[in-house]
Each structure stands twice: as C-alpha cells, then as structure tokens.
Design a protein around this ligand. Structure first.
Ligand SMILES: Cc1ncc(COP(=O)(O)O)c(C=O)c1O
Ligand SMILES: N[C@@H](CCOP(=O)(O)O)C(=O)O
Length: 471
C-alpha cells in the first residue's frame, strides 16, 4: 500500500519508507492512499480477544504485506508485553454510560507508549533489514519525548534528540527525558513553547541537506505509524461496549490532534464511532475552529495540562485533507495562509463534513480542578488533568446525548502531574515502583536557544549513529 502526502507534491511511499521519512518532503503528512476496511463480522470477532491480537489485525490491514505478518506479530507481542496491565488499555466505568480507557500502563505512564513501544521496534527492524542508521528528532510538551526516550534508549541504530520547552513540562516528564544514561539519548531544553519546538523540528526536516546528511526520522504524530498504532485502542474499547452492533462515542483530550485523528481512522476502517469529542484546555484553537471555521493561532497559555499547551495542531492537516475530498491543492493553500498570516478559514462544505463526525469542547482551568475533585468524590477515581478535560467534555456531551456510551481516553497516569491532582483532591498519587527513585536520578540536559541553526550544529556534533562515531 502506498502513502501519499496531504500536500500532493511528495513522492508516494510504502509504509516502511513513510515510517522512516516522518514528514513528507513537501512539508505535508503521509496518509494511506485508500482506507482499508474491516467488515462488521471481523470487528465482532475482536470481542474478548487479547489487545495484541486486535492490534495484529488492525495494523495488519494498515501495514499490508510489506512487513511479514510473523514479524509484525512478534513486534506487537513484545511492545505490549511492556505494559503493566494484562488488558493493556483497560476500560473503567465511572458514571452512567461514561467510561475511561486507561492508556497509561506503559513504561512512561502516558498514552504515547502505546504507539511508541511499537514504533521503536518497527524502526529498529526496518533499519536492521536495510543496514541503515538514523537520527531521530522530536518535539515534545513532555510525554512524546519521555516515551521516545524509553523506546529508543540504548539502540545502536539511532540517536535521539528531543526538544522540549524549558520550564513548561512537569518535573516527572522532564526527569524521564533527562535521567537516562544512554549516550544515544539527548534531551534539549529550548527557550520557547512546544509550538516553537515543533516548528524547529519541521524546519530541520525542510532543510534537505541536513535531513539527508543526518538521515532524519521523526517520532511525533506527524509520523503516520504513530497514528496507525493509536487506532487500535478505539477498536478494543468500542467492541467491549458492543460494537459493531452498537455505536460508541469518544472524548479525547487533544493537543496535536494525533489521538483523535486515530479515532477518525478507526471510523474510516469501519468502526461505528458516533461522535469524536475534541476536548481542549484553554489553548482552544481547535474548539474555536470547529465552532467558527477559522483556525487562528494565538499565544500559548500555560495550564495544569501542559502536554496540551499547543496551538499549531499538526494532525489537523490530515483531517483537512479528508474534509476537502483529498484535494491537496486546497490543503497547500490553507497551509500557505497559516505560514503567512497565522490563520486560515475552512470552507463551508469541508467544515460541515468535519462537524458531522467531530464536536469540540474547551475546558477552562477552574473546571479541570473541579472535575478531578468531582470524579474522585463521586467515583473514587483519580484523574490526571489531561484526562479530566476529556471526562468534563464527555459529561457535557452526555448531557445532550445520554443514550450512546462515551469513552473518555485517559492519556496520562495521575502520578505524572501530582501537584494538580493533590491540589484538587488532597491526595498525592505515587509513582509506580519502576519509577520510584526517578526524582533522585542524576539529570543530563542541554539548554539551547530557539534557533534551528544552533540545534543543527549541536545534532551534527553529537550524533553517532550516522557518523559512525563510538559511544
Ligand atoms: C497527556 C496528554 N494528553 C493529551 C495529549 C494530546 O494528544 P494529541 O496531541 O494526540 O492530541 C497529549 C500530547 O499530545 C498528552 O501528552
Ligand atoms: N503532547 C505531546 C505533543 C507532541 O505530540 P505528538 O503526538 O505529535 O508527538 C507531547 O507530550 O509531547
């Protein structure tokens, strides 16, 4: 199966080429040239099956036969054996027709592990088969970076450079990135916001000379494989609640739009998803866009859900591509307007198409704390601030449409954000045993300015994988 760029000017690539490429050379994002579909009886067969089995079926359809099923199956089994819960992504009921799907049982306590544990193995496999090495660059507001560090630390085939906004991630997130001793891992604190870090990563990919020289690969959700792997848990949750015989809605704490886009992918593959609720914090660009049609970047507001302190939401481009009937020229026009004037307006028909599947809710800071407290009092269940946003948005949706079950995706363990949880409930959640000494581990980080040239210089000097330098 080939993958095409949302901007239509890059060469179509196979799954493994798109996996290594990350961002397309025309600045666009890769998507499959056609959506594979799973018949209702195939989806019904997922009921009661282990998570890894469902992952093999869903990913098998998305990957095609480029990676032999036995190899893909081995990587899937290994990836999900690193999770601390036997169901991998279990469902918990916290109210009438209100469920939480816990996506945080992986090594770094956030939903990013679900895709990253597999991505690490996929990249390693493809690089080994090709006898190649790569330099991974990623931007993070805290969780993608820690998940990537856990997935790639010690790999002989890759060096990993993670850019995070200095002072804008939680202490647990920062230490997960800075306390790893492996020489192939580099945490870089930049002066700026996550949007700045993401723009730096995109600038490095746009520098063709640097990209080729360093063999750049990306681990953000601009990488199609990340989104593909995240589609799986929509299937396991919906089937547990009666799909394909019953519709299910999802409420998704949203920043870079990768997670909720994976829900859209599951729907395109045949899963009966009624609504996808895009739940944002005070950085409400997506809620404003879905309400008004105008995507307008404003300054980033720091909140208690720092991983969602994002304005430039990369994967929205993939949704625009679908909503515009896969018209790459229209997407190019919107992205040019974004680059020039920090805004664009979605035309009426594509906006109506988006609104048929998606709705949005922006949750202000005071309601985040209130929701953590309420869910603790009413259900005895601790939410992290990101998940609280999803649950609050789910409650608003249920008030209007109580008949269809809603799954709020729980994107982080409460112990990753203990201060906010303690303020709201009086309870300070403890880190699980494998991270119990995290706050005592020595840290290693490089502080760099928000300047692509300075960061490229640093990466050139430090990368071993493509230069063959010894560790
Ligand atoms: C804990 C947490 N929740 C939600 C999000 C938002 O997810 P997405 O960027 O896929 O929309 C992120 C990061 O992106 C996150 O780390
Ligand atoms: N919240 C994310 C931001 C990057 O998102 P990604 O899904 O595109 O990698 C983070 O924690 O880094």
């Amino acid at each position: 199966m080939l993958h095409i760029s949302t901007r239509g000017e890059a060469q179509p690539l196979t799954f493994t080429d798109a996996l290594l490429a990350g961002l397309a050379r025309d600045g666009g994002l890769y998507v499959p040239e056609a959506w594979p579909s799973l018949a209702p009886d195939r989806i019904a067969d997922f009921a009661g099956r282990p998570y890894a089995e469902v992952a093999k079926a869903v990913l098998g359809a998305l990957v095609g036969d480029e990676i032999p099923a036995v190899e893909l199956g081995r990587m899937v089994d290994e990836a999900y054996s690193t999770f601390r819960h036997p169901a991998v992504c279990p469902l918990v009921q916290i109210g009438d027709n209100l469920f939480v799907q816990e996506l945080f049982h992986g090594p770094t306590l956030a939903f990013k592990d679900v895709a990253m544990q597999l991505l690490g193995r996929l990249m390693d496999h493809v690089l080994a088969v090709r006898g190649q090495r790569a330099t991974i660059v990623g931007a993070t507001s805290g969780d993608t970076g820690s998940a990537a560090v856990a997935a790639f630390a010690g790999s002989p085939r890759v060096d990993v450079f993670i850019l995070y906004p200095h002072g804008r991630v939680s202490e647990v997130q920062r230490r997960q990135m800075t306390s790893v001793p492996d020489a192939n891992v580099h945490a870089i604190a930049i002066d700026g916001t996550f949007d700045d870090a993401q723009a730096l990563v995109k600038a490095m990919f746009s520098n063709a000379r640097f990209r080729d020289e360093m063999r750049l690969s990306g681990i953000n959700s601009i990488n199609w494989a990340r989104v593909a792997a995240q589609a799986v848990y929509y299937f396991t949750a919906a089937v547990a609640l009666g799909a394909p015989h019953r519709q299910v809605s999802f409420s998704v704490p949203t920043g870079n739009f990768g997670n909720v886009l994976a829900g859209h992918v599951a729907k395109r593959m045949g899963l009966p998803v009624e609504r996808l609720v895009v739940a944002t914090n005070a950085n409400d660009i997506l809620a404003r866009t879905i309400a008004t049609g105008t995507y307008e970047v404003r300054g980033v507001i720091p909140t208690t859900s720092p991983s969602m302190d994002i304005q430039v939401s990369s994967n929205f481009e993939r949704l625009l591509f679908e909503a515009y009937g896969r018209d790459a020229a229209s997407v190019r026009g919107l992205m040019a307007s974004l680059a020039q004037s920090r805004s664009f307006t979605v035309a009426p028909e594509p906006l109506a198409a988006i609104r048929r599947d998606f709705e949005a809710a922006a949750v202000p800071e005071n309601e985040v704390a209130d929701e953590i407290g309420r869910t603790w009092r009413e259900a005895g269940y601790l939410l992290d601030p990101h998940t609280a946003i999803g649950v609050r948005a789910a409650r608003r949706h249920l008030a209007r449409a109580p008949a269809v079950p809603v799954v709020a995706l729980s994107t982080a363990h409460p112990a990753k954000f203990p201060d906010a949880v303690e303020r709201a409930t009086g309870i300070r959640p403890a880190l699980p045993p494998h991270l119990a000494d995290l706050l005592e581990r020595p840290e290693r980080v490089t502080r760099l300015p928000n300047d692509a040239a300075a960061i490229e210089r640093f990466i050139r000097a430090e990368a071993r994988a493509v230069t063959g330098r010894a560790a």
